[in-house]
Design a protein around this ligand. Structure first.
Ligand code: NAD
Length: 459
């Protein structure tokens, strides 16, 4: 059975390669037609999208629209509007030794791409890179995460029914199927998931020198200084942390707060979480994806440090938003990315020391600073390395399609969204077009001192 599946995916890839080589994916018209069709399919079936994700982990229609579908529509609309200018060869200046000539950079699609998605935003994290692949003139095989099984099946059914497999095919399956896919030769692999699996993907890609984008995770800090607006900080951190029950790659993983304002801030934070009313029966609070993650998360809760929350219900896969204080770097919860609704709070004595704490760990996907002090803001932006982030907010940077979204170091390689997604699937092909008149024999042998002295002047 597995062999048949493997053969069929090989055949699909072969068909995609033939189709790509025939130049069929490259015209503006073709790309726009695919994107419009995708938009239509999603908007015609929005209810199915809401139903499937609700079955997977109880995500509300509100959250599914704002954090999944709206972002997908935004990406499609961006490309429908900007594709013509993105595709256009860009003129570049020509340097003196090459004149007379013109220089251009062609926006060359890479070819056959593989997109591997994560489960926590099962639509957005699969479909947005796929949109970029198609917009950039590539073919695409999409492998969504099997962990959000209903969402994966929905995408496979809808897209495989409506798209020519020569352009787009959704392959379902888990580790075994992904392992088989990774044995094939693609021209681009775009992966979203954990750093551990990211390394497996990178190694497989290296065998064929396939370029990769790796969108990974890590522990993203939220730094709250004595110069912060504590009410706003509590409101925004609470929202971003408990959205999707903390199962968000850019959620603040932990808080580092100035000792001078720590107890006041914790009171404001507790009030805010309480006000948001994340009850087991609240439709606005998503469930934990499965029992494995539920058990992993509940084991991270240190009963002695709970200052808010701590209730859990395995049957409902519910973990109450939980604040742990005072946390420290030796706690179990600080050894891994939390990816759930538990928020440890650490204190620091001075700002520089807080920055060093962040710097002494793996480069995070995101980092957030709450402060109205310009010198703190400048130090935060200039002195530590992180994928992207916000000042006085969390998560929202990824909703601005004019900003590249991606990690650095352990949190990823490359970026996407808007024009950066187009670039992730495009080779910048440089072409120098020389005139055929005027050919000084300066560079041709036999060489002479006089020629060298001229060349020194020109180059
Ligand atoms: P994961 O790495 O377990 O799985 C991601 C994908 O890899 C899935 O499609 C899965 O089928 C496949 N996979 C899993 N194990 C594999 C193996 N051994 N060999 C080959 N393929 C394998 O990640 P996840 O649990 O789906 O997502 C959580 C992680 O992803 C977190 O670390 C989170 O921070 C990160 N993440 C990052 C972003 C981002 O945009 N940077 C977004 C969402 C999630």
């Amino acid at each position: 059975m597995r062999k048949k599946n493997k053969m069929s995916i090989q055949n699909i890839l072969q068909k995609q390669r033939t189709f790509f080589t025939s130049q069929s994916t490259k015209s503006l018209d073709f790309r726009k037609t695919q994107l419009k069709k995708l938009k239509q399919i999603i908007s015609d079936n929005e209810n199915l999208f809401y139903e499937a994700i609700d079955k997977d982990f109880g995500k509300s229609q509100f959250d599914t629209y704002t954090t999944e579908l709206a972002i997908i529509y935004g990406e499609i609309n961006y490309y429908l509007k900007n594709l013509k200018s993105l595709m256009k060869p860009k003129s570049a200046k020509t340097n003196l030794p090459n004149l007379p000539a013109s220089s251009k950079i062609y926006q060359d699609p890479l070819g056959c791409s593989l997109v591997i998605g994560a489960w926590n935003y099962p639509y957005q994290l699969s479909i947005c890179p796929m949109i970029s692949a198609i917009a950039a003139g590539n073919t695409c095989i999409l492998k969504p995460s099997e962990v959000a099984a209903h969402s994966m099946k929905l995408m496979a059914n809808l897209f495989n029914e409506n798209f020519d497999p020569q352009v787009l095919h959704v392959e379902t399956g888990g580790v075994a199927e992904t392992t088989e896919l990774l044995k094939l030769k693609f021209d681009k692999i775009f992966f979203t998931g954990s750093p551990q699996v990211g390394k497996i993907v990178y190694e497989a890609a290296a065998k064929n020198l396939t370029p990769v984008t790796l969108e990974l995770g890590g522990k993203s800090p939220a730094l709250v200084t004595e110069n912060a607006n504590l009410e706003i900080a509590a409101k925004r951190i609470t929202w971003g942390k408990f959205l999707n029950a903390g199962q968000t790659c850019v959620a603040p993983d932990y808080i580092l707060v100035d000792k001078k304002v720590a107890s006041k801030f914790i009171e404001v934070l507790k009030n805010q979480v309480d006000k948001n009313n994340y009850q087991p029966n609240s439709s606005h609070f998503t469930r934990i994806i499965n029992e494995k993650h539920f058990t992993r998360l509940t084991n991270l809760i240190d009963e002695n440090k709970i200052v808010f929350g701590g209730k859990t219900d395995l049957e409902k896969l519910y973990i109450q938003p939980t604040l742990l204080y005072p946390a420290n770097w030796n706690d179990q919860i600080m050894q891994e990315e939390i990816f759930g609704p538990i928020l440890p709070i650490l204190v620091y004595d001075n700002f520089d020391e807080a920055l060093s704490q962040i710097q002494n760990h793996d480069k995070p996907l995101s980092a957030y600073l709450f402060s109205n002090n310009p010198s703190e803001i400048e130090k935060f932006c200039n002195n530590i390395s992180f994928g992207g982030g916000c000042i006085n907010d969390v998560v929202m940077h990824l909703t601005n399609e004019n900003l590249p979204f991606g990690g650095v170091g352990n949190s990823g390689i490359g970026n996407y969204h808007g024009k950066y997604g187009f670039e992730a699937f495009t080779h910048q092909k440089s072409v120098l077009k020389r005139a055929t008149w005027g050919e000084p024999d300066l560079k041709y042998p036999p060489y002479s001192d006089k020629k060298l002295s001229w060349i020194k002047k020109l180059m």
